[in-house]
Design a protein around this ligand. Structure first.
Ligand SMILES: [Ca+2]
Length: 327
């Protein structure tokens, strides 16, 4: 009896079963030319680098102490302060319009791309095709992002072969994924184009818009360090990113947060492995909002701390300018 060899459809994503179904969907559901989508998939290259990166994100392999060191360093603070001063008007407008502090917006762009200096080295098409068709654990999500990417590049008049981004297909100053680009990118400099790839002003407005849409509370607290400790298995260290307890629960356990008077405010304590040992923090609603950008409390803490450093750097700069202006 002959054993049937597994059917081979060729090497490119255009000839695999999933690829052909994708082409059909783009044609029938979204009105793309089938041959055009097929050609794009034929051009898309599978990348082992990308598969390796998605399996080992820094947020899951590093301690807070190690993670913090990457993002909170003098050069990143100095360049961030310069970025804030350079785009002062756009930051002020974003703050006024969306209620999101300039330093938090700059903190995001600083952590994501070092203020636009590293926007990613992979072709977004390669990243999304690789993860959509060769990474089963998240193929649904990335297949959907690949659909969104083709829609986004069509809407924005971009060449889908040309855009570069991260290993996960995130693009531009704020590393928006395709669905976020379509939902939250705004034109913020008045030229009617929402360009997050090359226009820092549009990126500043769009990051603020993203936070506002995810219910950032203007003037709300983000996080504060707590004196005292909790055992690692304490029920007060809840697992979910969204706060499940309140300030009251933590006060009742003898902890003394100071930022919030309202005891019914949602809060979540987190225990971090810092460079000098364990750090206990109480995080609030706005900290959770930062995790809507990247689902990691280490990420949110890095943005929060960088924002704090940027605020101090700006104050210092202002004080120095005032002193030099004195007669
Ligand atoms: Ca624009």
């Amino acid at each position: 009896m002959l054993l049937l060899a597994p059917q081979v459809y060729g090497k490119g994503y255009d000839t695999s079963l999933e690829g052909r179904a994708f082409v059909d969907e783009m044609e029938t559901k979204y009105g793309f030319e089938g041959d055009r989508v097929k050609a794009l998939l034929a051009d898309a290259a599978r990348s082992d680098d990308i598969l390796e990166s998605i399996r080992r994100p820094a947020e899951r392999t590093l301690t807070w102490g190690e993670y913090r060191k990457i993002f909170i360093k003098p050069e990143r603070v100095e360049q961030g302060a310069a970025f804030l001063r350079k785009h002062e008007e756009a930051f002020a407008r974003a703050e006024a319009e969306f209620g999101v502090p300039a330093t938090v917006i700059a903190g995001i762009i600083g952590v994501e791309t070092w203020y636009g200096n590293y926007k990613g080295k992979y072709r977004v098409l390669d990243a999304l095709a690789t993860l959509a068709f060769d990474y089963p654990p998240r193929s649904r999500f990335f297949r959907s992002e690949l659909v969104q990417y083709l829609l986004m590049t069509r809407e924005q008049g971009l060449d889908p072969l040309a855009v570069k981004g991260s290993y996960a297909g995130a693009m531009g100053y704020g590393q928006f994924i395709s669905s976020s680009y379509r939902n939250f990118a705004i034109d913020f400099d008045g030229d009617d184009i929402a360009d997050l790839l090359g226009n820092p002003v549009d990126a500043i407005g769009s990051v603020a818009n993203y936070f506002s849409a995810h219910h950032w509370h203007p003037d709300g607290p983000v996080a504060e360090p707590l004196d005292g400790q909790l055992p690692a298995d304490s029920p007060l260290l809840t697992g979910e990113l969204k706060p499940q307890l309140t300030v009251s629960d933590y006060r009742n356990a003898g902890l003394t947060p100071e930022l919030v008077d309202d005891r019914s405010s949602p809060a979540r304590a987190i225990l971090l492995e810092g460079k000098d040992g364990p750090e206990l923090w109480l995080t609030y609603h706005n900290f959770y909002v930062i995790t809507r950008y990247n689902h990691s409390h280490l990420y949110a803490m890095a943005v929060f701390e960088l924002a704090g450093e940027l605020g101090r750097a700006l104050d210092k700069h202002e004080n120095n300018s005032e002193q030099t202006q004195e007669p």
